[in-house]
Design a binder for this molecule. Structure first.
Ligand code: TYD
Length: 141
């Protein structure tokens, strides 16, 4: 997968009465949860995201419906489809992300390890490309 990303599977407690997934801070996920937000009511034609973070780690879970996430850096690109509440996509620093193909009534739940901080965003792709090249060249990918 693209560097600083990972798929995480969440255990389903299921039965004849339906399913339940529990996520506990720092257990089965690599961080303490500081913030939860969810994206919903996105029309199918809309593409959103278009940014990277400098420090933030997030886990994206499509708890209803499905959505595609394009994750990339200047050297790698991949499209991940999230279509089940038991699949989470971990995205760390310096990963450019774009979300698209939201299905009707989809809900994208996001767990983050920091409170909201606009200063942690890189929204200009040219700026991102230069910073990410430096960052990933240091990692020697
Ligand atoms: P943004 O992260 O730009 O959304 P996306 O990447 O999905 O296109 O956030 C959209 C708006 O919501 C922006 O004005 C910032 C605000 N926002 C918060 O106030 N708190 C949050 O935790 C998040 C994620 C966004």
């Amino acid at each position: 997968m693209v560097h600083n990303t990972k798929l995480i599977h969440f255990e389903i407690h299921g039965g004849a009465y339906g399913n339940l997934i529990a996520i506990e801070s720092g257990k089965g996920i690599p961080f303490e949860i500081a913030r939860v937000y969810y994206i919903f009511g996105v029309e199918n034609k809309v593409r959103r995201g278009f940014h990277s973070h400098i420090n933030l780690y997030q886990i994206l879970i499509c708890v209803s419906g499905n959505v595609k996430i394009e994750i990339s850096n200047p050297f790698e690109k991949e499209i991940v489809e999230l279509n089940h509440p038991s699949e989470g996509l971990l995205i760390g620093p310096f990963v450019w992300r774009e979300m698209f193909d939201f299905s009707d009534n989809s809900v994208l739940l996001v767990l983050a390890n920091e409170h909201f901080c606009e200063e942690d965003y890189i929204r200009d792709y040219e700026v991102y490309r230069d910073l990410a090249k430096e960052y990933f060249e240091r990692l020697e990918i």
